[in-house]
Design a protein around this ligand. Sequence first.
Ligand code: ATP
Length: 365
Amino acid sequence: MNELVIDGVSKRFGKYEALRDIRFTVAEGEFFTLLGPSGCGKTTMLSCIAGLEKPDSGIIRVGNTVYCDGATGKFLQPEERNLGMVFQSYALWPHMSVAENIALPLQLRKVSKAKQSNLIDSVLEQVGLLEQRERYPHQLSGGQQQRVALARALVYSPSLLLLDEPLSNLDAKLRDSARIWLKKLQKEVGVTTIYVTHDQAEALSLSDRIAVMSTGNMLQVDTPKRIYEHPVSERVADFIGHCNFFSARVVDKRPDLHVLQVGENLRFGVSSGKEMPADGEVRIGIRAEKLELHPRDGVAAAPGTVANRVPGRLDEIAYVGDHYEYRVDVYGQKILVESAQEFPIGEVTVVIPENDVYILKADKS
Ligand code: ATP
């Protein structure tokens, strides 16, 4: 298998540690995304794979081809790695037609003229731009230019496709359709793809797996569903979606549920299948859309009793188009709840989902 293996890669810029002992494997044909906030090291990781940066230590290889090895000093130049790359700026030559732009990497590889023409036609067909073959970049929309850049990266059948925020210059509507199109194309072509973005929706919708990064560390590598539904740490949960975080104490461990206490008076159950730390102090997360709001139903639990239906006071409402964001006070705890249903300011009942409370571990700093 021609999998991409990143094994213990570290990179410093002066005193700054941009990558710390990064390890992951990307299977052949996989769409793998590096996701994280600005400055977390995504582009540095991609540049190390591309050969534009040299790691201080660690190994990067595709199948048996070692791109670099800190221990032996081996380092293949970018042009020796057979990679396709597309960056935020498409970097098309303005004085060259679409076909001429795409021909460039083939000329560099000394592909015959006749073969070039066939390869260009077939890749243009794949990206849906055969009719624009003789146009110049200024005669194309942003979305079409981005497809040309992709065609140029794919035309020589690279072993890896590296994409650094390739959709970020497109407007929001075009980006949505480009996402669907890109995912379909990637699966058709079957090229192993490493995608860099800080956009969580993009990462969740495009990827087979996602690596969430923060300050040079890899926090979690998992499928989109697992990253969203089983974040391992507070930073992962916080980076994706809206999550409430609390420091809690485990006050009872029953066969069917564990009882957690938050603050003085909020006590509720979580399913006992969850692993709890021995000392009983935990950090927990509850997604805003997993909490339910109901009109106050008169059976609100008294402070300090164990209950997952608890009384709250709805203090603030924000309408955000497809749902509402509610700020609710529950025994002094400020809780964010998201719901498509409309509620007025006032007394409510909040339902805490016993199966959807994350028990989180501390992040590496
Ligand atoms: P963004 O989404 O903003 O592009 P990123 O996650 O891709 O961010 P990187 O570009 O990889 O982040 O940068 C990681 C850190 O390394 C940043 O703090 C950045 O300032 C630093 N850095 C990157 N390249 C260099 C360089 N050539 N010299 C010094 N510092 C650098």
